[in-house]
Design a protein around this ligand. Structure first.
Ligand code: HEC
Length: 131
């Protein structure tokens, strides 16, 4: 290999090693389209929602667009502003009831989540619905 070919090869290798991962990384970063930002402390709850509820329900802050069940932003926001603790508590209880008992004769099955996972998701939904 003469020197020029060697340099040329080096440049191409550099391009592959640096530019392509950068491009892929940037592409990833621009995926901000759907999920609204949630606090880092809410990320686990958001993931639980996406996995267990998001296929059926739209919730803007979770970035889900399910249409099998009602849009939870619309359905739950009427309960009151999420800054009012009493309203959040009431909505959380309403979501817990939906999770524990199911809704609409099995249209939403009972017990999709249990225990602390159910509480975590119910609290998250109660705080972010309608925002
Ligand atoms: C298989 C689809 C499906 C999944 C998964 C699902 N739901 Fe539902 N959900 C529904 C349907 C359908 C309804 C409305 C049923 C009706 O009104 O007859 C509903 C209704 C609700 C309601 C409204 C209850 C009310 O008081 O108005 C809430 C809240 C709710 N779901 C929360 C959740 C949460 C939280 C999860 C995840 C743990 C979840 N859902 C998972 C289908 C689903």
């Amino acid at each position: 290999m003469n020197k020029r070919a060697f340099i040329y090869f080096g440049l191409v290798a550099l391009l592959l090693v640096i530019v392509i991962p950068l491009w892929a990384f940037n592409k990833d970063g621009s995926e901000s389209s759907s999920p609204e930002k949630v606090a880092a402390s809410d990320e686990a709850a958001r993931q639980l929602f996406v996995t267990n509820c998001g296929t059926c329900h739209t919730l803007d802050r979770a970035g889900t667009h399910g249409v099998v069940g009602p849009n939870l932003d619309d359905r739950l926001a009427a309960a009151g502003p999420a800054t009012d603790q009493a309203a959040v508590d009431a909505t959380q209880q309403r979501v817990m009831t939906a999770i524990q008992q199911g809704v609409g004769n099995g249209a939403m099955p009972a017990g999709i989540l249990e225990g602390s996972n159910a509480q975590t998701v119910a609290n998250f939904v109660a705080r972010v619905a309608g925002q």
